[in-house]
Design a binder for this molecule. Structure first.
Ligand SMILES: Cc1cc2nc3c(=O)[nH]c(=O)nc-3n(C[C@H](O)[C@H](O)[C@H](O)COP(=O)(O)OP(=O)(O)OC[C@H]3O[C@@H](n4cnc5c(N)ncnc54)[C@H](O)[C@@H]3O)c2cc1C
Ligand SMILES: NC(=O)c1ccc[n+]([C@@H]2O[C@H](COP(=O)([O-])OP(=O)(O)OC[C@H]3O[C@@H](n4cnc5c(N)ncnc54)[C@H](OP(=O)(O)O)[C@@H]3O)[C@@H](O)[C@H]2O)c1
Length: 459
C-alpha cells in the first residue's frame, strides 16, 4: 500500500510512472490488518496470512506510526485515542489508499508462486496463480518489490513431551481471541510482544492464571496477582509443565508466542532474504535493495519499532531508485554501506538504542526523497515514554494519550478504559456512549479513562 501510494504521489506531480502490478493473495488489502477468522489454511487452501486476533488493539501509540502525508486528523476529522483497535487502524490505512486511485493496480486473490531473474534480459519472470480460478500466468517485470511481511510463518519449537499435552495448544499465529481462556490456567512461551499482549488479553478475559516462560530474559513488568514469569520450559508431562528452575505447574492452555520466520517460497535462495528477525537484516542495502540484484526490493523486512511511516520512507526510496532519481552506488560500495550499519547495529545494547537506530535509518531514507520529513526525535521520545508507561502499569498504558508529531493534535482519551472495553468494533470506538449502569454505580473514578498526558519529554 505504501509503494502504491509512493508512485501515486509522484504521478500527481506530473511524473510518468511505470506500469505497476500488485499481486495480493487475499481478497482485500491491509496485510496483517486484514483480519481472518480462519486458522491454518484459507478457503483456497493457502496458508492464512494474518496473525491478528479479534480483540487486538495497537500495542504502540498511533502517534509513532502516523503517516507524514496522511494524518489521523485528516482521516477521522476528530481526535481519537492513542491506542486504537485493529479495525480502526485498518480503516486509516485503507482510507489513505482509497483516496488515491491505486486499487486499479492490484490483482486480488492472486498469489505470487515463483519469481525468476533472467540476467540476459535483466528482467524477472513472475508466475502467479489466481486462487479463485486456479489460472496461472507468467509475466515479465523490470523490478520486483517484495512486501509480503515476515510475521506470518510461525516459528514452532519442539519441547520434550509436548505431544502429551492434553489442553489447548496453539501458536500465536493461530490465536483469534482470549474468550475461551476464561477460568483457565494459561501458559505463554516467549517473552516478547505476542506473549505480553496475549497474556494481558487472557487476563482481561478472566483467565484464572497467566504464566509466561522466557528463554533469554523476563519481560519484567509489574504483573498483577495471577500473572507470573518463569524461565524456560524443559518438558511437558500430560497437563504438567516443568521449568528450568525446577518449578512445575498444571495448565489448561498453552500459546507458543515464539515468533516468526522470514519465508519467501516464491524466491530462489540467492534472492530470498534469510535472516533472524532484527532491526537490520543483512543483505539489504539501505534496508531495501537486495544484495545480488539492484532490481529487487524488500519493504518492511526489519523488526519494527516504527511501522507505517518507516514503510513509507522505504517505499519512497524504492520508487526513486526505480524512477532513476536515486543512483545506486556500486555493489562494493553498497556492501561497505551495509557493513557500516551492521557494525552500528551490533553495538546496540538496549531497546532505546534500537529505537534511535531505526529513527536514524528512516531519517537517512527520507533525506533522499520528497517524503515529508517529520520530527523523528519526537517520535523517539514518544516511544521511550510508552515504554515507561508500560513499566508503570501494563494493564493501563493504553489509556494514556500523546500529541501527534505531524499535527500537534492531542489524542482524545477513549470513552472506556481499555481493561473494561469489551467491544473492539470501529462503531463502538468512534461512538460517544452514555456510561452504563455499572459505570454509573462505581462512579467517575473507576469509569473515567486515564487522561494523564505523558509528556514525551519524560524520557
Ligand atoms: C499480531 C501482530 C500485531 C501487530 N500489531 C501492530 C501494531 O499494533 N502496530 C503496528 O504499528 N504494527 C503492528 N504489527 C506489525 C505489522 O507487521 C505491521 O503493522 C504491518 O502490517 C506490516 O506490513 P507489511 O506490508 O510489511 O506485511 P503484512 O501486513 O504481513 O502484509 C503482507 C501482505 O502480503 C500478502 N502476501 C504474502 N505472500 C504473498 C504471495 N506469495 N503472493 C501475494 N501476496 C502475498 C499477504 O496476503 C499480505 O496482505 C503487528 C504484527 C503482528 C503480527
Ligand atoms: N497488540 C499488538 O499490537 C501486537 C500483539 C502481538 C504481536 N504484535 C507484533 O507482532 C510482531 C511479532 O512479535 P512476537 O512476539 O510474535 O515475536 P518476536 O518479537 O520475534 O518474539 C519472539 C519471542 O519468542 C521467543 N522464542 C523464540 N524461540 C523460542 C524457543 N525455542 N523457546 C522459547 N522462546 C522462544 C523469543 O525469545 P528470545 O528473546 O530468547 O529470542 C522471543 O521472546 C511484533 O512486531 C509485535 O509488535 C503486536
Amino acid at each position: 500500500m505504501a509503494q502504491l501510494r509512493a508512485f501515486e504521489s509522484a504521478k500527481r506531480t506530473g511524473r510518468a510512472i511505470p506500469e505497476i502490478v500488485c499481486f495480493e493473495k487475499q481478497a482485500d488489502w491491509g496485510g496483517q490488518w486484514n483480519f481472518d477468522w480462519r486458522t491454518g489454511v484459507d478457503q483456497h487452501g493457502e496458508p492464512v496470512h494474518s496473525s491478528m486476533y479479534r480483540n487486538l488493539w495497537s500495542n504502540g501509540p498511533k502517534e509513532a506510526l502516523e503517516f507524514a502525508e496522511y494524518t489521523f486528523d485528516e482521516h477521522f476529522g476528530k481526535p481519537i485515542s492513542s491506542y486504537p483497535p485493529r479495525e480502526v487502524l485498518w480503516d486509516y490505512i485503507n482510507g489513505r489508499v482509497e483516496r488515491s486511485d491505486v486499487k486499479q493496480y492490484v490483482r486480488f486473490s492472486t498469489v505470487a508462486r515463483w519469481v525468476e531473474y533472467d540476467a540476459a534480459s535483466e528482467t524477472f519472470s513472475v508466475t502467479v496463480e489466481n486462487v479463485k480460478t486456479g489460472a496461472t500466468e507468467t509475466e515479465r517485470f523490470d523490478h520486483v518489490i517484495v512486501a509480503t511481511g515476515h510475521f506470518s510463518t510461525p516459528n514452532v519449537p519442539q519441547f520434550d513431551g509436548i505431544a502429551t499435552f492434553q489442553g489447548s495448544l496453539r501458536h500465536a499465529h493461530d490465536f483469534r481471541g482470549a474468550e475461551d481462556l476464561a477460568d483457565k490456567d494459561v501458559l505463554l512461551i516467549g517473552a516478547s510482544y505476542s506473549a505480553e499482549d496475549i497474556g494481558v488479553q487472557a487476563f482481561k478475559m478472566g483467565a484464572r492464571s497467566v504464566t509466561f516462560s522466557y528463554r533469554t530474559a523476563p519481560m519484567g513488568f509489574d504483573w498483577p496477582n495471577g500473572m507470573e514469569e518463569l524461565p524456560l520450559v524443559t518438558s511437558f508431562e500430560g497437563d504438567t509443565v516443568h521449568f528450568t528452575n525446577g518449578a512445575e505447574r498444571r495448565f489448561d492452555a498453552v500459546v507458543l508466542c515464539t515468533g516468526y520466520l522470514h519465508h519467501y517460497p516464491f524466491l530462489r535462495d540467492d534472492l530470498a532474504l534469510s535472516s533472524p528477525n532484527n532491526v537490520y537484516p543483512d543483505g539489504l542495502y539501505r534496508g531495501v535493495v537486495r544484495e545480488g540484484s539492484d532490481r529487487l526490493f524488500y519493504l518492511g523486512a526489519q523488526d519494527q519499532w516504527f511501522t507505517f511511516n518507516m514503510f513509507d520512507a522505504q517505499a519512497w526510496f524504492a520508487r526513486d531508485v526505480i524512477l532513476g532519481d536515486i543512483e545506486l552506488p556500486s555493489a562494493e560500495e553498497r556492501r561497505a554501506h551495509m557493513d557500516a550499519w551492521l557494525a552500528r547495529f551490533a553495538k546496540l545494547e538496549s531497546a532505546a538504542d534500537q529505537v534511535r537506530f531505526q529513527a536514524d535509518y528512516i531519517r537517512d531514507l527520507i533525506e533522499q526523497t520528497d517524503y515529508p520529513m517529520f520530527d523523528l526525535d519526537e517520535v523517539v521520545r514518544i516511544f521511550l515514554a510508552w515504554k515507561h508507561d508500560k513499566q508503570e502499569n501494563i494493564l493501563t498504558y493504553r489509556d494514556k494519550v500523546y500529541p501527534s508529531v505531524m499535527t500537534g493534535t492531542m489524542a482524545a482519551a477513549h470513552h472506556t478504559p481499555w481493561l473494561q472495553e469489551l467491544d473492539d468494533s470501529l462503531e463502538r470506538y468512534l461512538s460517544s456512549p452514555e456510561p452504563n449502569g455499572v459505570e454509573r454505580l462505581v462512579g467517575d473514578e473507576a469509569a473515567a479513562p486515564v487522561t494523564t498526558a505523558v509528556s514525551p519529554a519524560a524520557s
